[in-house]
Ligand binder design. Structure first.
Ligand code: NAD
Length: 333
């Protein structure tokens, strides 16, 4: 049987590149060819794909998901799409929302249109728990109405709705995943865990928003990638699947764990003015993917965090240039 040809968008970013390395690695399914389409924004790292670059089953295209002719050409030779490409940082969406609407909403629609036109078999749209908005108690199931608060979350909720509309209108096989906060190695050092770890490794303070009592569920990228694969290979068309990690922590508790991992004291915390509109708590109910597809998060959080901290300690070459890039960008925003 010929291999399934998968177009992976955003495959030079944190989660997309982990997905590609996993599928093309020794424990991958072995029957897939992958093309990455990535416009290499500030958040990308081509080094994330070094491990797979030499493989015959891998191709890379530097390009924008909003480039209709390019997307149309690429789509013609693919069986499936796994769509990660996005502007992904909430803080940046507050400062410059236009790029979030362009990439996350328009880009998704352009991909869907081309995929429909070329009769692509399956389109996996990777989304986020942030589309549900803040939830004080309990957990959001897939039937929970979307109620996004930040421009980032609103752009992702919009793209989810557009993706699902292609199923309802055209019967196109679209599947949406909504995961909680990812962590692991190769995450861009603007996101809280790598930002705090790299600051601490440099002997700098960590900026904790507000009272630090905002709560997030933490999902290791290995578990996320496994969840996406279960949905790609066994999910149902037109369905949404939440993917959770099973470890809820306040940002303050997370910070304490990071301080301990880096041998730093609580004086290294700098309490800063809260993010505008900062959602208090996210929590997803992932019983659907568990019951239908057998998903359970496998990574113990303490182990995953220790491995992540160790990776940043050992890989300054990877993150130092990206951190400089992030800091320059923050100054120009
Ligand atoms: P990331 O910012 O690390 O990577 C995004 C990638 O998309 C980058 O390589 C970038 O160059 C590429 N990209 C951006 N705009 C593009 C465009 N117009 N055309 C082509 N490529 C473009 O993001 P990530 O953390 O890996 O997130 C991947 C997906 O998972 C996103 O859709 C995000 O919304 C979702 N998600 C992430 C998290 C998380 O905790 N990181 C949580 C929930 C959902």
């Amino acid at each position: 049987m010929s291999p399934t040809r998968i177009l992976v968008t955003g495959g030079a970013g944190f989660i997309g590149s982990h997905y590609v390395r996993t599928l093309l690695g020794s424990l991958g399914p072995g029957d897939v060819h992958i093309t990455v389409l990535d416009s290499l924004t500030y958040a990308a790292s081509t080094a994330n794909l070094d491990e797979v670059r030499h493989l015959d089953s891998f191709r890379f295209f530097a390009g924008d998901i909003c480039d209709e002719p390019l997307v149309n050409d690429l789509m013609a030779t693919h069986d499936q799409v796994v769509h990660f490409a996005a502007e992904s940082h909430v803080d940046r969406s507050i400062l410059s929302p236009a790029e979030f609407v362009r990439t996350n909403v328009l880009g998704t629609q352009i991909l869907l249109d081309a995929a429909l036109r070329h009769e692509v078999r399956t389109f996996i749209h990777v989304s986020t728990d942030e589309v549900y908005g803040s939830i004080a108690t309990g957990s959001s199931a897939e039937t929970h109405p979307v109620s996004p608060n930040s421009p980032y979350a609103a752009s992702k909720a919009s793209s989810d709705l557009i993706a699902l509309s292609y199923h309802r209108t055209h019967g196109f096989d679209v599947r949406v995943t909504r995961c909680s906060n990812n962590y692991g190695h190769r995450q861009f050092p603007e996101k809280v865990i790598p930002l705090f770890v790299t600051n601490l490794l440099d002997g700098r303070q960590v900026p904790l928003y507000g009272d630090g009592l905002h709560v997030r569920d933490w999902l290791h990228i290995d578990d996320h990638v496994r969840g996406i694969e279960l949905v790609r290979t066994g999910g149902r068309p037109g369905e949404v699947y939440n993917i959770g990690g099973g470890t809820e922590l306040s940002n303050r508790d997370l910070t304490d764990l990071l301080l301990a991992s880096c041998g730093a004291s609580p004086e290294m915390i700098e309490y800063v003015v809260d993010r505008k509109g900062h959602d208090r708590r996210y929590s997803v109910d992932w019983s659907k993917i568990h019951n239908e597809l057998g998903y359970t998060p496998a990574k113990n959080f303490a182990d995953g965090l220790a491995e992540t901290v160790a990776w940043y300690r050992d890989n300054r070459d990877w993150w130092e240039p990206l951190k400089t890039r992030a800091e320059l960008l923050a100054k120009t925003c």
